[in-house]
Each structure stands twice: as structure tokens, then as C-alpha cells.
Write a protein that binds this ligand. Sequence first.
Ligand code: F6R
Length: 609
Amino acid sequence: MCGIVGAVAQRNILPDLVDGLKRLEYRGYDSCGVAVYQDRRLVRARSVDRVANLRDEIAKHALSGYTGIAHTRWATHGKPVTTNAHPHFSPDADSPRIALSHNGIIENSDELRAMLQEHGYVFSSQTDSEAIAHLIDYLYNGDLFDAVQQAVKKLRGSYAIAVLCRDEPHRLVGARDGMPLVVGVGEGENFLASDAIALASVTDRIAYLENGDVADIQLHRHWVVDSNGQRVERQVHTVAAHSGAADLGLYRYYMQKEIFEQPRAVADTLQDVTSIMPELFGDDAWRVFNSVDSVLLLACGGSFHAALTAKYWIESLAQLPVNVEIASEYRYRESVANPNTLVVAVSQSGETADVLGAVQVAKQQQMLKTLAICNVPSSALIRECQLNFITRAGIEIGVASTKAFTTQLVALFLLALTLAQVRSRLSDADEQMHLRALRHLPDAMSRVLALEPQIMAWSELLTRKDNILFLGRGMHYPVALEGALKMKEISYIHAEAYAAGELKHGPLALISDQMPVVAVAPNDRLLEKLKSNMHEVSARSGKLFVFADIDCGIAPSADMEVIRLTEYYGLLSPILHTIPMQLLAFHAALARGTDIDKPRNLAKSVTVE
Ligand code: F6R
């Protein structure tokens, strides 16, 4: 999605602005731009290409400046063309006074546009954002901070903005509501960004702005006022070593790096887990967990698949009824509210608009017992929910989620065990058994990662196919769903997943020698049922690619390839079986030469509906 970087400094800040955009590139965008104060004017360069191309534009126009703002855009209002790229200027491109970058969606932009046009403003883009630039110019009376404070009161929708004014060249003003914005604190220079990672090369001292805040950023100081216009302190945190996290190291792709980081990510997520106890989810968790009679899981995309897996765990371990809902569906349907439901929102980013919207709907219906499972401690979702569990995957840059997904599964398994314990359904012996299994999980994951060469060989066979079917049963059905999602997302091969028992109710019609079928075949109590489903495929000339556990009695044959995982991992088996799905999709995409870390049309953090 869109990204913002801004700086007030005493040196040419352009290289750092562009570096910031590079660090935000992973979030997905379709155009980018930068504006600086240079020779008493505001000047800009914009591109509908990669950030590297923007560098060429900057060089071509010999841009440099001490104060500037930059932006990556993911189109919502208007196509990804140069005129729609940010920063936007006002009153016009020839003699601009205001430059603005905006993330979010302004719902009343048509009204504002009409009002500003009546006052003579000419719009040069189709964006909602340009209206904010003109609005600030219209309200400007010699004080940018004052103009922004007035302007944001007239906006409906969501925004994070960074604004620069020709007449106050050593000042930036930022404001946010519904979209993230941080202040980066430097020595004799200060910054704004939509994500702390963008500032990794310039400062590790970060203050997170709250909804309604307006921030005044100058060379030697910054201050913040809240939505009531009151001066407030936003604590400055030191963000640990975030610059290294964005480096590729020896890997060619972030997704590849992140797949191989999973044993470490899981170990870090389990770092403070010495026993099963409600406090893992927050101080008040025992009281909340003890008072619930059901669970509602809300999520989107891959996180929804993690939530689906949790349904199997929570219902079997804690004997609590669980509903899992796609957040974008839940928020707009009439559901039956139960105030005694534990509402669990699962989200890597914690900024997914549909997940935030769904939690807000649940709360409006008096379902106030909310828990966020999230990878970003500073995210809106953490603030929105009463309880939380932070997964420690570390920053995930590849658009296709990998380590965030497996750490979500770990968090959800801990939740299932905790709910079981609160409901007196977890004996001490079982607790110790599950903790042992969790502790050995990183080792077990490393053994699965070692299967990469075999999986690579399969991906060469699959890469020439147009369609792939994924099958799984029970708690491995969500694993099949995740495998199909990963495959289509990054390789662009059409892939669908079915609960294997459903095959005969329709999808069997698709089976032919042209339809490869990937089956997730753990050595569990559903294995014999799955084998019958696999026979249904073989009997119709379908070619099977089976990920089986050792000792499962599935042997390779002319119509069946088999890769064996080294052990059956009981209830945690979905975590191990996810890894081959990720590697298969990654190598299929690699063979097809797609842009693996930034698949077409997708963004890392989906902050729009
Ligand atoms: C899939 C993927 C997406 C996200 C989805 C939700 O690989 O990454 O489907 O899972 O956009 O995002 P979060 O978890 O940030 O709410």
C-alpha cells in the first residue's frame, strides 16, 4: 500500500528519502515521487516505475534539498499514471506553495473538490489526495501547522499526511487518522514516515502518532497536538536493530529469506513461554478467558487460513465452539451477537482495514472481549483490542506471508492450550507434552526445510501447468488452502484447494492427465480416508504430488510422486506441512520468473477496503 517519508535536515536529504522509499517498496505500490524545497521553490520528480527509476528522474532534474517529502502510491482513486502520483502540489504545478503526500481514502473528496473548484483551484489529478493539498493551501494564513490542523477537521475518511510549505522551508507537518504515521527523531534533523522501517538508515528513535494527532516537525524539535488541539507527549521508543532486518543477506528474495527464518521466528515467538498461562495474552486474560462461551476468529487471506486451523485446535483441546469469518464478510453481514464470545483478530500487519473494521463492528455489538494476534506491536489492531499476543516473526517484507503465518499458528496453538487450561481441560502432563513439542518445533522445521532440493525438482514439473489442485483433510485442509493461495499469489498459476472429501462432489470433474494434484498427507487418523480420495484421482489419470509423513505407507508410482517429511508431528503437524507449500510456490514462481517479493496487483499491507 502507500508509503510516506519526509525529512527536515541540514544536508541534502534526497538520498535518504529515496532510501526510505526503497525500504517501503515491499509494501507494494504502482508509482512514486519526491518533492523538495530547492532554490526558494518546491520541485518534484515522479515515476510510474520502480524507485530505481525515480533516482534517474532526480538526477535528470538535478534535484537536491534540505527539506522534502516522498511517497509510494498504490492506486485507489485514479489510475497509476504520473499525474496521479504524489506529492501533489497546490495551488498549481508552476508556482506551488504546498506539497503533500497522503495515505488513505478521503470519503468526502468530491464535496471538497467542488468547493475548492468554486474557489478557483484547478485539479490536475484524479486523486482524492489532491483535494487535501488544495484545502491546506486555501486555509493557509502564514502558519502551516495551523492550516493543517484546520484542514484535517474537514476530512472524512482515513489519512496519514506529510505536508511541506514553500514559505516555511524548515518545517514539515504530519497528521494521521486511521493510517499509521511515525516521527523519527534525529540529531539536528527530524523525520516523518508511515512505517519506522523507512527511517532505518537515519534514526532508530521513533514516536508513534495516535489517531487525530498533528505533528510539527522542525530541525531541532518536534511537537504533537491531539484531536482536541492539546499539546501531548508521544513517547520516543528506540526501535531495535531494524536496519539489518530489511537486508537480504545471502538470499535473492525476501520470501526465500523469510521461509528459512521460520525456525528462528518460531523460537523467538516462544521465547517467553515457560508454561501455559493466560498472562501470555495480557494481564486481564484469565478473567476474560474464564467468562467466554465461544470464540469468533476474524482474519483475511493467509491469516484466515491460520484462523481456520485454530478452529480444529480450540474445539478439540478446549471444547469451545469456534466460528471463523472472513473479516470483509463479517463486517457487512447481520450476525447474531454474543457478548460472551472471545473475538480474536489475526493479522500480520495489524493494519488490514477489513480486520480493523470487523473488530469495530463486533465491539459496536457489545462483543468487547477482544484479542489481537499480530506481528506489529505498534499497529492499530493492538490498540483496538483488549488483549494481545505479539508474534515475533520480525519484519516480513515478501508480500506472500510465510514466517508471519507459521508464528500465527504457534500463537493460536498457545491460545487453544490456554483456553483448555482455563476450562480445566489441560492436565499438567499434557501441558508438559505440548510444551516439549513446541520447543522442538524449530528443529523439526529445519528438517523440513532440508527437503528443498526435492521440492525444487517438483516445481520444475509444475511450472508448465496452468492449474493445480491442492487437497487436504481435517486440520490440514487449511494447509492446502494456504498452499493454493501461495501458488497463485506468486507464480500466477491458477490453484484451488479442496477438503479432499469434497472431491467427489464436483472438482473430480476437473481431473485429467493435465491436472496435477498436490496432496497434504500427514500420518494422522484421516490418512486412510485421504488415500481413498487419492485413488479417486489416480483412477482418472490425475498426477499426484504427495507430501507424506514417514511410515505412512504411501509409495511413489508412475502416477504418484512422494516427498516424505521425517516425522509426524501430532497436533502441530500443520505448521510443518505448511513449509513444503511455501517452498513449492516459491520455486514454481522462480522458474516462471515472476516478481516474487512484489507480485503483480498485490500489496503487503491492505489498508483499504
Ligand atoms: C498471503 C498474504 C495475504 C495476507 C492478508 C492479510 O500470503 O500475505 O493474504 O495474509 O492480506 O494480511 P494481514 O495478516 O496483515 O491482516
